[in-house]
Design a protein around this ligand. Structure first.
Ligand SMILES: [Mg+2]
Length: 305
């Protein structure tokens, strides 16, 4: 089952970016007593690294051939995927203008060269602890503690941003609302604790299908889930709804008071375009009408329009 507990300092990852191998080896040696360290020797490798393996913090040399540390930091801060990663600069230029350049680029702190080990350790620890606390708060604010999926806060906050962007790009938004069939009877038969376990298993099955970074699976209410699918046509939205319904059917969770004998989902799917005129509630309402039809038509199925 999903755990809300956050990472600790020792399991945090930091990425050291420095063209000077002696310097990066030294920094890694100093910091490896605090957390796990990875090193790369240039900015492009650092960006590559972040694509597959988001670090909790970066320690970046300002002076590097090719893309320098300041430019790298600006890129990190401009990308939604990496903007929350704190950057600590290592710099030999500590003049007033150079310091200002570091702050302007978006760093969280900087450490002068030659590096004093204890200063580096304390500055890294401070930034990492703040980052871990922020991560934990974000997790609690935007995730459902039972299933680990996003919660209603997330969709309320994310939707207007998404809607604006998709409209600008003339792209559709797919939305599916799922409801566990006969869930009240499930709770009445097996108890609420088993009901919670059932919901967590359904969420785990759904999670396997939220593959793209911007797809969001949300526990919307008790036994109601929403999949928010940017850039997704009605055909693809419907296909995904069917896959998830099948995956939950295949879990084969016994449900003796359901006519289907096992836990199943019904779904209502829509894909909307040019929808800045809609508020989220209206899109959900369209999907809800389809969900209602799916229930009427015998459950364990999707109705799309
Ligand atoms: Mg250098």
């Amino acid at each position: 089952m999903f755990q809300l507990a956050s990472k600790n300092l020792a399991s945090s990852n930091i990425l050291i970016v420095d063209d000077d191998e002696i310097s990066s080896t030294l920094i890694a040696a100093i910091l490896s007593e605090v957390c796990q360290c990875f090193t790369v020797s240039n900015a492009l490798d650092a960006l590559d690294f972040c694509e597959n393996n988001l670090p909790d913090l970066m320690v970046v040399d300002v002076n590097m051939p090719g893309m320098d540390g300041l430019t790298l930091c600006k890129k990190i801060k401009q990308s939604k995927a990496t903007e929350d990663v704190p950057v600590i600069f290592i710099t030999s230029n500590t003049g007033e203008n150079s310091q200002n350049d570091c702050w302007q680029a978006g760093c969280s702190d900087f450490v002068p060269k030659p590096v004093i080990a204890q200063t580096l350790i304390h500055r890294v620890k401070n930034q990492l602890l703040s980052k871990l606390r922020l991560d934990a708060i974000m997790k609690m604010t935007f995730h459902d503690s039972l299933t680990g999926l996003y919660n209603r806060n997330y969709i309320t906050q994310e939707y207007p941003i998404l809607a604006r962007q998709l409209n600008r790009d003339q792209q559709p938004l797919g939305l599916i609302i799922f409801d566990v069939d006969n869930f009240k009877q499930y709770n009445d038969t097996y108890g609420h604790l088993q009901g919670d376990i059932c919901l967590a298993r359904v969420a785990d099955a759904m999670r396997k299908f939220g593959r793209r970074a911007r797809d969001a699976l949300v526990r919307f209410g008790g036994e109601e889930f929403i999949a928010l699918l940017p850039n997704t046509s009605l055909t693809d939205t419907t296909r995904l709804a069917n896959q998830i319904i099948q995956a939950v059917f295949n879990l084969n969770i016994p449900h003796t008071t359901s006519s289907l004998g096992r836990v199943t989902l019904s779904a209502g799917a829509v894909s909307v375009q040019n929808f800045d005129q809609y508020v989220l509630d209206e899109v959900i309402e369209q999907a809800d009408i389809n969900l209602y039809d799916a229930k009427l038509e015998g459950k364990n199925q999707v109705v799309a329009s």
